[in-house]
Design a protein around this ligand. Structure first.
Ligand SMILES: NC(=O)C1=CN([C@@H]2O[C@H](COP(=O)(O)OP(=O)(O)OC[C@H]3O[C@@H](n4cnc5c(N)ncnc54)[C@H](OP(=O)(O)O)[C@@H]3O)[C@@H](O)[C@H]2O)C=CC1
Ligand SMILES: CC(=O)N[C@@H](CCC(=O)OP(=O)(O)O)C(=O)O
Length: 313
């Protein structure tokens, strides 16, 4: 007997990838409304209340509306892929490696992290928690994403405007990811976030450049890497890179889906500077893979079931 998971927003970029993973899942079965009913409030209300699990792959307002449609006595457990509930009371932040797998397993309302915050928090949260990086530091995040990170609208735009080679945005410095980065890393100040998009379908590099020598904690790059390695030891999903730095890090134009996350710490010889870099698929650990990981934990299953993990992880 398989367990049904209602995918609300299944025709969208994240929704489609979740349906693919659920269709290959031995324990879950995706429930999808047909084209005529996928935005019909009554059809959605019924599916949201009568299905053991629901994943919301919707814009923020539609996700809030969906949650409001769930009767208080309904047993439906929700994973929300939107940014509507990432710092909201009553919701568990769906980053198992950081909040703890037990917290996800017992939660009824789980909010998936944003794709950029997944990279940032994977790098910074364990190091702040360990006291190696200061909580009161003014952190900067430079990030590059594939265009599927902006959903159907940005995919259509990049397909219609092939001349765009690079797009910097977030220039009003009020990106919706700022609150979750600050709160879940335990920081005193908001981060300075500089996101951008390149003409690749998926994939992202999220970088935190650090002036280690100016910090009171004055950690070495090796100490940061060792701490991350210990923190994620045994994770089948998150890997910490070791060895000599490569000459370059590349984002392919159209890579395979990948639910893993690779972290790297590069430091200079004098020990003053470091570059912390996370590499992930915005639609994998950045969205759909994280949703499946959370569903697995909520259902008491191995967290990697039906994840699309490549040999390097
Ligand atoms: N893309 C990514 O890399 C990531 C996305 N997310 C988040 O996941 C959510 C979905 O994003 P994404 O898949 O990229 O976006 P898309 O725009 O690709 O998909 C959203 C889907 O929701 C549908 N929809 C909108 N309003 C309603 C409604 N009222 N009822 C039912 N369906 C509705 C849309 O319909 P229609 O097809 O008609 O437009 C569309 O199919 C967003 O909150 C996004 O921020 C999170 C992490 C990463
Ligand atoms: C390239 C691009 O546009 N990316 C999206 C973030 C994608 C993501 O993390 O999803 P959430 O919006 O649910 O947080 C943005 O910057 O708004």
């Amino acid at each position: 007997m398989t367990t049904q998971v209602f995918v609300d927003g299944a025709a969208g970029t994240t929704g489609l990838e979740i349906v693919t993973r659920l269709a290959a899942h031995p324990e879950f079965e995706p429930l999808v409304l047909d084209e005529a009913r996928r935005k019909d409030p009554e059809a959605r209300r019924q599916a949201l209340n009568d299905t053991p699990f629901a994943v919301l792959c919707l814009p923020d307002d539609a996700a809030r509306d969906a949650v409001a449609m769930v009767d208080p006595e309904s047993a439906t457990r929700i994973v929300d892929a939107s940014s509507a509930h990432r710092v909201a009371d009553g919701w568990t932040y769906g980053f198992p490696e950081i909040v703890g797998r037990d917290a996800i397993a017992s939660a009824d309302r789980v909010s998936n992290p944003g794709c950029y915050p997944t990279g940032f928090l994977a790098l910074v949260a364990p190091l702040v928690r360990a006291g190696l990086l200061p909580a009161d530091w003014p952190y900067t995040v430079n990030a590059v994403s594939g265009f599927s990170g902006g959903g159907k609208a940005l995919i259509e735009r990049f397909e219609a405007e092939p001349d765009i080679a690079f797009r910097a945005y977030g220039l009003s410095l009020d990106h919706k990811h700022l609150p979750e980065m600050q709160q879940h890393a335990g920081l005193e100040h908001g981060v300075l976030f500089a996101p951008s998009v390149v003409p690749a379908y998926r994939g992202m590099l999220v970088e935190v450049p650090l002036h280690l020598g100016a910090m009171a904690t004055n950690p070495s790059a090796d100490a940061l890497r060792d701490e991350l390695g210990a923190f994620y030891a045994g994770s089948p999903i998150i890997a910490v890179r070791s060895g000599e730095p490569p000459a370059e890090l590349l984002i392919d134009r159209d890579p395979e889906p990948d639910d893993g996350l690779v972290l790297a710490v590069f430091g200079n010889q004098g020990g003053w500077n470091a570059r912390l870099i996370a590499m992930l698929d915005n639609l994998g650990k950045g969205a759909s893979g994280a949703a499946i990981q959370n569903l697995n934990l909520m259902a008491g299953l191995p967290e990697t079931t039906s994840l699309q993990l490549h040999p390097s992880h």
